[in-house]
Design a protein. Sequence first.
Length: 252
Amino acid sequence: MNNRAAKVIAVGIVALTGLLVAGVAALRMTGGEGAHVDVDRSRYPVRGIDLSAHNGVPDFDSIAASGVDFVYLKASEGLSYRDPSFMRNYVAARRAGLRVGAYHFFRFESDGTRQAANFLDAISSCELGLPAVIDVEEWGNPADPPTEMVAERIESMIAMLRAFYGPVAIYTNKNGDARFLRGRMEDIPLWICSFTNPPLSRRKWHLWQHSHKGRVPGVEGDVDLDTFNGSREQWQSWTDSIDNTILRRARR
């Protein structure tokens, strides 16, 4: 092989590598083509979505009419942040007849009890019908806090939410489950984010976020899709038990 041919091949390899790197980066930026699983509605008939301020101004009447049963709304994050769309979305979702829950994005670097106080204050005037959810994600959090420290802070938040709200669940993915929950918080209902079917085999899950790329009438653009692990009869039994155990009710 002469030098000219070798140079041509080398340039081609470099160009191909660049294209592959760009492709991987694009997939990461867009959430990847695999960020969706179609679920068997004969097995999982109860449908849900979750929303925050980045979803704009949803039309909850259209959402309810499309067959969605429940919605989780971001209420707070860390020690002081409040989602600016939470109360507007809460009122509109309740008016549309949807069962509404609230979640808090957990910050690894912050005290769990103080985060619970922020969350509880954000939802204090709401009549919610689902467990208070702690959203535990490595994405968007610093990597340096030790696992044990983060787990202890999550447990502190759980304890305060149980004392002042009642039922608590945790949202996370398989990495978060393995790092923070396994062997520690096995009794906490799990809302798993997964794009495999089944979403998790090591233990029972209650809710499954199976898409970041769903489309629902009333929401502009992509929306997260969720489902309940069970029949409509099981859903009714679960939500009845939640209604009976929520401690922090709305001020009428």
